[in-house]
Design a protein around this ligand. Structure first.
Ligand code: BG6
Ligand code: MG
Length: 217
């Protein structure tokens, strides 16, 4: 196995506790459209783009709509989501985020963001963690949603590394598939039952802070 010298992070649910706000905003839209949307169903939306998420939601609710209507609903959901984001503070960082990023930086590991979110720059700025990243690849830079590997291949390229030299940290099944499809090692943040397919698992980054993983040298 090649030496791992690059780390690519998903954002929502890995570095920041925003996955719950995505869920609440979609749940609100579902309620307006007249159906209930559960946390279990929400797993299918993690890691995928805003429009694809809406399509999955509408399939669950058995609702048909034209493109214009879909655009309006996606925008509405995003406005509710951004209301939550505007209230974000450092408490939204998940356990170990800053400590782990600091450790990787100290060990000269290149760090990239690989997030499907178009709101990623806003979130990083609000939490003052933008400067940890050598490259930012987000929903504004990609055409194909996870599980397509495009986002992580672009992230690796942006930090001038081969895919096999990078590890991806992900909390979604689509994201883990994307990492493996791109030939990268995948660390699942969460449990194997909910997000199968990763090479190793941790409950959060704090758990990895005290391990030697990635930090030799
Ligand atoms: C991902 C989330 O990080 O970003 C998805 O896991 C979300 O749930 C996607 O749909 C797009 O986010 P945004 O902020 O561009 O609507
Ligand atoms: Mg995520």
């Amino acid at each position: 196995m090649s030496e791992i010298i690059g780390a690519i992070f998903d954002l929502d649910g890995v570095l920041v506790d925003t996955a719950k706000y995505h869920y609440l905003a979609w749940k609100r839209l579902a309620a307006e459209l007249g159906f209930n949307f559960t946390e279990k169903e929400n797993e299918q939306l993690k890691g995928v783009s805003r429009m694809r998420s809406l399509e999955i939601l509408l399939e669950i609710g058995n609702i048909h709509a034209n493109e214009k209507q879909k655009e309006e609903w996606a925008q509405k959901k995003n406005e509710w989501y951004v209301e939550y984001l505007n209230r974000l503070d450092k408490d939204a960082l998940l356990p170990g985020t800053e400590k782990y990023l600091e450790k990787l930086q100290k060990h000269c590991i290149k760090i990239a963001l690989g997030s499907a979110s178009k709101n990623a720059p806003l979130i990083l700025e609000k939490l003052h963690i933008t400067s940890f990243f050598n490259a930012l690849i987000d929903g504004n830079c990609i055409e194909k949603a996870k599980p397509d590997p495009e986002i992580f291949l672009k992230s690796a390229e942006a930090i001038h590394l081969q895919p096999k030299e990078c590890v991806v940290f992900e909390d979604s099944e689509a994201g883990i598939c994307a990492a493996k499809n791109g030939g990268m090692m995948a660390v699942g943040i969460g449990s194997q039952e909910i997000i199968p397919g990763a090479d190793l698992y941790a409950a959060n980054l704090s758990e990895l802070c005290n391990k030697k993983f990635l930090l030799e040298g």
